[in-house]
Design a binder for this molecule. Structure first.
Ligand code: MN
Length: 231
């Protein structure tokens, strides 16, 4: 069977210590998953988890030691950074229990959930979807994936983001409202998860605007840092 035109290439991410790539299936994102960030967005921080998605080809892969170039997106005057721990699934499933979630995790990466905040605010006001604010082209800069066994104690890791060398976001993965295992449990009740799914687990407080020319450098302890310049 042939296609009427060539299918788009599979979005794929390098894996630390491997010659093989991680093929991306879907990108799930958790909203407001650190209490202090929920508060800065005007919420109590005590709601049930909720999710949105980015398309798989929204990834902007940045290799270790390199500086990725992210084009400043159209239609916004208020592009925000959200540094996040990204979970990469190696095994799918439905109704995964939190206590079994670890066996579904392939590894971890550092990602940025870049957000057109002005368009998101308008979508919230109008009761419209967030896609145009969250799911635009190259809205998901990401590092190579570190296999779980090599990633250290990720659930207790520090997470941070600097913009032009000044600290903007600083927290710890322990402060997730819904931890990684609970997030996988909740997601797998809503969708059948598959190998290749990425989960952006949420951002801590300190989100703010960036401009063309800014250099963003973020990390999660135990993973290679993510460095991106807005062009
Ligand atoms: Mn986010």
């Amino acid at each position: 069977m042939s296609y009427v035109f060539n299918p788009a290439p599979v979005a794929a991410i390098p894996v630390v210590g491997s010659e093989s790539l991680f093929p991306v299936h879907r990108i799930y994102c958790v909203g407001r998953n650190y209490a202090e960030h929920a508060k800065e967005m005007g919420f109590s921080g005590r709601e049930a988890p909720f999710f949105f998605m980015k398309p798989a080809d929204a990834v902007l892969v940045v290799n270790d030691g390199a500086t990725g170039e992210m084009p400043y997106p159209t239609l916004t005057k208020d592009l925000h950074h959200e540094i996040e721990l990204v979970v990469a699934l190696g095994k799918g499933g439905r109704n995964i229990k939190a206590e079994d979630a670890a066996s579904h995790i392939f590894g971890y990466a550092v990602g940025l959930d870049m957000t057109r905040r002005d368009l998101q605010a308008e979508a919230k006001k109008q009761g419209r979807p967030w896609d145009i604010a969250k799911s635009f082209d190259l809205s998901a800069p990401i590092t190579a994936i570190v296999p779980a066994a090599r990633a250290g104690d990720i659930n207790n890791a520090a997470i941070w983001l600097d913009v032009n060398g000044a600290r903007r976001q600083s927290s710890e993965v322990t402060k997730l409202i819904w931890n990684i295992a609970e997030t996988i449990e909740a997601l797998s009740q809503a969708w059948e998860l598959q190998a290749g799914d990425l989960i952006f687990s949420g951002t801590p407080e300190g989100v703010a605007a960036v401009s063309r020319g800014d250099v963003l450098e973020g990390g999660v302890a135990g993973l290679p840092p993510l460095r991106v310049k807005l062009v």
